[in-house]
Design a protein around this ligand. Sequence first.
Ligand SMILES: [Zn+2]
Ligand SMILES: [Zn+2]
Length: 312
Amino acid sequence: MAKTRSSTGISNHSSSEPPTKKVKITTLRMAEVGSSTRPARKRQAAPEALDDSDLPKRISSAWKVGAHVSAAGGVENAILNAAKIGGNAFALFLKSQRKWTSPPLTAESISSFKARMEQYEYPSSLVLPHGSYLINLGNIDVAKREKSYECFLDDLKRCEQLGLTLYNFHPGSTVGATTTEKSISLIAECINRAHKETEMVTAVLENMAGAGNVVGGDFAHLAAIIAQVEDKTRVGVCLDTCHMFAAGYDIRKKEDWDATLKKFDDQIGLSYLRGMHLNDSKTPHNSKKDRHESIGLYAPTFLDKRTGHSRP
Ligand SMILES: [Zn+2]
Ligand SMILES: [Zn+2]
């Protein structure tokens, strides 16, 4: 079984309750552990197809839970890694998340990815690729924003080459050089531009922990970006529970979770929710710090079993 330190999955506030609204939830990114796509200079041999009898049975549920899986050796390997842990959904990096440029996807990689998606029965709506960490579409510096935009567009095009319909990314930062409002407009402008240069992929904004100049800690930021996106059918949101908690949204108890989701619904709309990252937080509520902890392991703040805090 693949090693994923933090739990990974999409979850409702109560797994026994069906969602009250039809929310198209897809996948969660959890651990960054083992999630490098480092394009090997020398391509690693693709693993053999898995023996189906060795695969864990996938749980049948309306909630599609998975992990951020490694795509080392080629994006097509992510599918095997997801199947090996019985994931109903998965997240991956489409290229090195810490480099500005990466070699293009090979035709072989693309066809193998598509074949395995069919073979292992993953619909594209249950795959949520995560964007490069370098991208900042809210940068007021034109040259730097353009560099980010190129990297963003490249990611979106990779999604489309692979037949993937969703792409999750961090909205951006003012870098202290402009107002949040201006950054929000720049981010929306980049999304609008990218929509015209691609066919169908949905840009999925992630909520952030709200540190310093980062845009997206407040639901209002995401709502303002979406308000300025022309094609609202191709924009969505992925909620990270660590980020929510650190940003000041209390989700420790069921009633807190319900109240937070109501805020989300009022300000953004649950129809925009495309996925969740289920992470715990190492730092206290409203700390504005982005420090993930694995769900299920000891965390002093959010899901502390000893204090009886319930899982969202
Ligand atoms: Zn993220
Ligand atoms: Zn984070």
